[in-house]
Each structure stands twice: as structure tokens, then as C-alpha cells.
Design a protein around this ligand. Structure first.
Ligand code: SF4
Length: 426
């Protein structure tokens, strides 16, 4: 049955974690401060590989179809953390108790129930299956990681990544252990930004932990190159990526990266060499490109400088530097992705669309990775400021941007490049 005829009821949970669907009250969704029924075209069945979270100190909120009023229950609210390659168009609706704890670093999607299944407000933006492990026996990952440790006992970076695969279940580290898709190459202990939602460093006062331990050593170029050769020989379409969740900003180690990439290429290394970055240091790009870098992914929560600064809290660089990095990457013919941290109600607004259209038109990136900004919604609205405009919805936002910038493609992951053309999953 198409989602157009679906009107899910709200779900709620008891203190033991049992989830129930309400007999009458309807599912509500949130975009910024707007509380509405879900748009018919934004509902999809909860994707395989997604998780459901119970929200501490937050009460489930639903709509009474008789009165048209929102009703809060005593019971707990539930949110969906959708699996990678899906972008949320609305966040969970709930009533928060004064003094309840900050939520950890996830994206909290709106979820409801109908026709014996859960429904979420989200869109699939990529068919790439690199972070789907449902068909992979966990033993294969364990064996793969242990093999790497046995074969490369001296390589500290392999030691770090094998632990990430076995302990933190990091999808990129698991793919290295399996010898498929995209391999991680973390290198930097430091960062020149202080993102509110940084997953590798959180000040104590934030009230929630970083979800990954930041790397605590500086790898040698040879240790990096060893992993690059190992993965590019095993993976069908290898992507080798600097800039991972377990490190600071890789451009702060630009000379090390340039050295490693140059050695890798000089030894016949094949594959897409990519850097995920906050794009703060434009002058490092020419050497990296000459050394053999293929693509760059630039992270931002907004194309509006004030909204960007509120979240990234840059140290020693400006939004203009970020734009100059993209333009420099364009000059050096790198494949450019924007890692766009989307938050419903903040990004799908007229002023954001205008700012992003401007930035994309001037700097001409190739690809926009539509990611979910993973932070407690209250904290994020507190950090970037209350929205003052209504939201047009994710679907409209993507359509209108594509209309204004027809050369861009949308996705979720760093594509493998054949020459300079992305190999996209269709
Ligand atoms: S740029 Fe990355 S490492 Fe730096 S603060 Fe932001 S999320 Fe953390």
C-alpha cells in the first residue's frame, strides 16, 4: 500500500522498554519548533538496520483526531535512528521534563505505527550498501580484524582500526577488516573547530560522551601507505578515506597526508583517495592534489555563516576559508562532495536554500551527501537559534536545489571514482 494512504498512530514505551502503538492518538512530527502531522509523501517503512530509542525524561506526544489537539502521555517517547543512506525529514515529537538529561549523539527521527509496521519520516538518498552488515556473519569481521593484527603486528594504525572494528563496531573499520568498499585512514589528534556534536571529543560539561575515542598517536607515512596498498589490493572499488570519526581535522596533518599519498601513488597505488574535512586550510589542497588525492568531502551544517559558526565554533579559520578550499579543489579538478548535516526545520528553509544555492553555484561541488545532524534537538536549536521561518520539507528542498543546480547529484557516501566520474549505485 502506498504511504500516501497511511496515517500512523503514535508509539510510546513503558519504563521496561516495551513499545506500544496508541489506539487513537496520531503520530506527530517536528521540524524545528513546528509540530505537525507527517506529510503523506515523507513516510516510509522503518528501514532494515535502523534502531528505536527510548528517550529519557521525554513524554510521548500524539494528536487527538477528535479535538485536533496534541496530547502528552505519562509514558516515554520513542525515536528512530535510521540506518545510513536515509535522511530524516522530521524529528521525534515529545514533551521534555525540566532537568532531563541531554540525549547522546544520535539523530532522533519521528516514528509511528500502521499496518503492523513502524513508519518514519525519511528519504533514501543512496542505494550503496557499504554500511549494511545484515548479510555479514560477525565472525567474518572478527577473523578479518584478527588476521590484520597477526599480519601487521608493527603497524599501530592497523592496531587502532582493528580495535575500532572489534570494540566500537565502526562501519569503516569493519569494511577494512572485510577488505571491501571504503577504508578509514585516521591521522590527526588535533582539530581547529569545536563542533557542538563532535563525536571524537566532548567537553565534560556537555553532559554526553563522545561516541568514539580520538586517535592518540601520529601514524608514520609508511603505516598509512601499508593500509592503502592492503585495501586497494583487496577491495573491488577501493575508496581510501582520511578524516574519520575517531580523529580531529586531517588537514592539520596535511604534510603527512601529502607524503603518504605521494608514496602510495609512486608505488602504483590504485583506488579513490579521499579526504573528509572541515575544509579550514585551503592552502594545503594544491600539494595534496598534486600528490594524487582524488576527492574531498567538505562538512557543514549550514551555508549561512552565522549558523555555521554557531555549531562549528571555528578556531583560526573562517567560513570564507571553507569556501576557498572548495574553489581550490575545483581548480585542481578534485571530485567535491558537501557533507551536508541536515536538520529538519533549520535547513529546509528559504534562507538556507538561498545560501546553499549561492555557495553551490559559486564553488560548483559535484555531490551533496544528505546526512542527519546527530545532536539532541533541544541542544541544536539552542546552539543555532530558534527557527524564524517555516520549513518547506526535505523533498521540496532537494528538488528546488537540484533545479537551481542541475549538475549536482545527491547521495550519502563517498563514491568510488572511475577517472573523475563517480560510480553511483542506481
Ligand atoms: S571538525 Fe570534526 S573533529 Fe573537529 S570538532 Fe568538528 S566534528 Fe570534531
Amino acid at each position: 500500500m502506498s504511504s500516501k494512504k497511511i496515517q500512523p498512530v503514535m508509539v510510546f514505551a513503558d519504563e521496561d522498554g516495551n513499545i506500544y502503538d496508541h489506539p487513537d492518538l496520531l503520530m506527530l512530527v517536528r521540524r524545528g519548533r513546528e509540530l505537525t502531522l507527517p506529510r503523506p509523501d515523507e513516510l516510509i517503512p522503518l528501514p532494515e538496520g535502523s534502531d528505536l530509542y527510548l528517550l529519557p525524561g521525554r513524554h510521548a506526544l500524539g494528536l487527538d483526531p477528535q479535538t485536533g489537539k496534541a496530547e502528552a502521555l505519562e509514558e516515554r517517547a520513542v525515536a528512530a535512528f535510521v540506518c545510513p543512506s536515509y535522511t530524516l525529514s522530521a524529528t521525534a515529537a515529545y514533551l521534555k521534563d525540566e532537568g532531563s538529561p541531554n540525549l547522546p549523539l544520535f539523530a532522533y527521527g519521528a516514528v509511528g505505527f500502521a499496518n503492523d509496521r513502524f513508519w518514519v519520516a525519511a528519504t533514501q538518498v543512496d542505494k550503496d550498501r557499504r554500511q549494511v552488515f545484515t548479510q555479514v556473519a560477525p565472525e567474518r569481521i572478527t577473523k578479518g580484524a584478527q588476521d590484520l593484527l597477526r599480519r601487521y603486528p608493527e603497524n599501530r594504525l592497523i592496531g587502532h582500526l582493528a580495535r575500532c572494528a572489534l570494540t566500537f563496531c565502526c562501519p569503516a573499520a569493519k569494511n577494512l577488516a572485510l577488505g571491501r568498499f571504503e577504508a578509514p585512514l585516521p591521522t590527526s589528534k588535533a582539530c581547529n573547530a569545536r563542533c557542538y556534536g563532535c563525536i571524537s571529543h566532548q567537553p565534560l560539561e556537555s553532559g554526553f560522551p563522545a561516541s568514539q575515542n580520538r586517535i592518540d598517536f601520529r601514524p608514520k607515512a609508511r603505516e598509512i601507505v601499508e593500509i592503502m596498498h592492503l585495501h586497494s589490493k583487496r577491495a573491488k572499488n577501493p575508496v581510501l578515506s582520511f578524516g574519520q570519526g575517531c580523529e580531529g581535522e586531517p588537514l592539520t596533518e596535511a604534510s603527512l597526508l601529502t607524503e603518504a599519498v605521494a608514496i602510495f601513488r609512486s608505488e602504483g597505488g590504485r583506488g579513490t583517495v579521499n579526504i573528509n574535512t572541515n575544509a579550514s586550510l585551503p592552502d594545503t589542497i594544491p600539494d595534496l592534489a598534486k600528490a594524487g588525492l582524488d576527492s574531498i568531502r567538505v562538512s557543514m551544517n549550514s551555508a549561512r555563516e552565522t549558523v555555521y559558526n554557531s555549531y562549528y565554533r571555528p578556531h583560526g579559520y573562517t567560513f570564507a576559508d571553507v569556501c576557498r578550499t572548495i574553489a581550490t579543489a575545483r581548480e585542481h579538478e578534485l571530485f567535491i562532495s558537501i557533507n551536508y548535516l541536515f536538520f529538519p526545520g533549520i535547513n529546509d528553509t528559504e534562507s538556507e536554500l538561498a545560501a546553499l544555492t549561492d555557495l553551490v553555484t559559486q564553488t560548483r561541488p559535484n555531490y551533496i551527501q544528505m546526512r542527519n545532524l546527530s545532536l539532541d534537538p533541544e541542544l541544536y536549536l539552542g546552539c543555532v537559534g530558534e527557527p524564524t521561518e517555516s520549513s518547506m520539507g526535505l523533498g521540496n528542498f532537494m528538488k528546488r536545489l537540484k533545479k537551481a543546480c542541475p549538475w549536482i547529484n545527491y547521495g550519502y557516501f563517498n563514491p568510488y571514482l572511475e577517472g573523475r566520474s563517480p560510480l553511483l549505485w542506481t
